[in-house]
Design a protein around this ligand. Structure first.
Ligand code: KG4
Ligand code: ZN
Length: 362
């Protein structure tokens, strides 16, 4: 079965054609870096307007490059959330229109769960596993069981996402947009031990993350040194920009790795999957791989193009959830946020009441 995936949750307009949920026939991603870089971050209203301008040509390109006609598509899968509401509306409305006009069923899917699918598109997801989604909007840990059941939530960020922290640090350091790759580039010649930055929640018995204190530490340092003061000539700092970028990147990577390994130990799992935009980071890849060898775990990353937002992962998830395709696509709606914790509590309650029923209790 051929699935057409459509993804517009943030600032990438993406469409893909995927066969049987795992073979990527085409994956087109049109970014909006040119549009947002003068502002050093995403301007939501501009993002949705650009999606609207390009969505049709992106979908057409995905069909053309896979040599697929619309008549051959058996399922449409589109991101319903979480994300920027205006951006989501463009992709989902386009998908609804297409589904209504063609009669092809539409399945609305979750963006974070889409990231969890990316190893399926790269030869298969080793199970059971702990999977960390680390992107600009989310940093969360899940346990994936051996049977391929629904992901079990383990922990998430209490404030900023890791990618968001990298983006904000890059902006502070004047490194441009998108921040994560810019900071990685700047860090290449820097000394990661130059500035002593905190590792938030380090040593604590929690699978949650926190990055806002780390970001504030860099900000406070820069302010103390007069970096933001336009009257201080030459912005002389005790460390170079590459040193600061390398120190910040190291703190983020150390924090992510510590929490992943804690999750592996707590769940008795040996496979670690690292997905989402931040998984493109070379230091994270190197450090996680080295630490895994030392600890006797295995770490798996999707190829870089499948780490950042794409529609192939949305098509793969839609294929897996095809039984949930809507007969009346016009009823589907978008959602901007998602409380991972309350969803987790709800599913834990369901599990508890199911096992109470099974054991005859209340
Ligand atoms: O998954 P993604 O494309 O979008 C969201 O779902 O948010 O992730 C984008 C995030 C941004 O914060 C970006 O700065 C970060 O991934 N990112 C990186 C790298 N490439 C993208 N962070 C660190 N190093 C990279 N090479
Ligand atoms: Zn994403």
């Amino acid at each position: 079965m051929l699935t057409l995936g459509i993804e517009t949750s943030c600032d990438d307009t993406a469409a893909a054609v995927v066969e049987d949920g795992s073979i990527v026939l085409s994956s087109v991603v049109q970014n909006q870096d040119d549009l947002h870089s003068p502002f050093g971050g995403i301007v939501p209203e501009m993002a949705s307007r650009r999606h609207l301008e390009v969505i049709d040509s992106v979908v057409r390109r995905a069909l053309e490059t896979s040599s697929t006609s619309l008549e051959e598509i058996g399922l449409i899968s589109a991101t319903a959330g979480p994300g920027l509401i205006g951006s989501l509306l463009v992709g989902l409305s386009y998908a609804k229109g297409l589904s209504y006009a063609t009669g092809v069923p539409l399945v609305p899917v979750d963006h974070i769960q889409g990231h969890l699918m990316t190893l399926d598109l790269a030869g298969g997801t080793p199970l059971p596993a702990v999977s960390m989604v680390s992107s600009g909007g989310h940093t969360a840990l899940y346990h994936l069981d051996a049977e391929g059941g629904p992901p079990r939530f383990l922990g998430t960020t209490l404030d900023d996402a890791a990618g968001e922290a990298l983006d904000k640090a890059a902006k502070m350091l004047g490194l441009g947009y998108p921040g994560g790759p810019a900071l990685e580039k700047a860090a290449a010649g820097g000394d990661p031990s130059a500035l002593d930055l905190p590792r938030p929640l380090s040593g604590k018995d929690t699978l949650d993350f926190s990055f806002s204190g780390l970001k504030t530490s860099l900000f406070s340092f820069l302010r103390r040194e007069g970096y933001f003061d336009s009257t201080v000539e030459g912005r002389r700092l005790p460390y170079s920009i590459p040193d600061l970028a390398a120190s910040f990147q190291q703190a983020v990577v150390d924090t992510l790795i510590e929490r992943c390994f804690m999750a592996l130990r707590q769940t008795g799992t040996s496979n670690l999957l690292i997905v989402g935009g931040v998984a493109r980071n070379a230091l994270l890849r190197e450090r996680a791989a080295a630490a895994a060898i030392e600890a006797g775990f295995e770490v798996h990353f999707p190829p870089p193009q499948l780490c950042t937002d794409n529609a192939a992962m949305i098509a793969a998830l839609g294929h897996r959830q095809r039984k949930m395709a809507m007969k009346d696509p016009l009823k589907i709606n978008v959602y901007s946020t998602k409380s991972l914790r309350s969803e987790f509590k709800a599913s834990a309650r369901t599990r508890a009441s199911r096992s109470a029923c099974k054991s005859g209790g209340r």
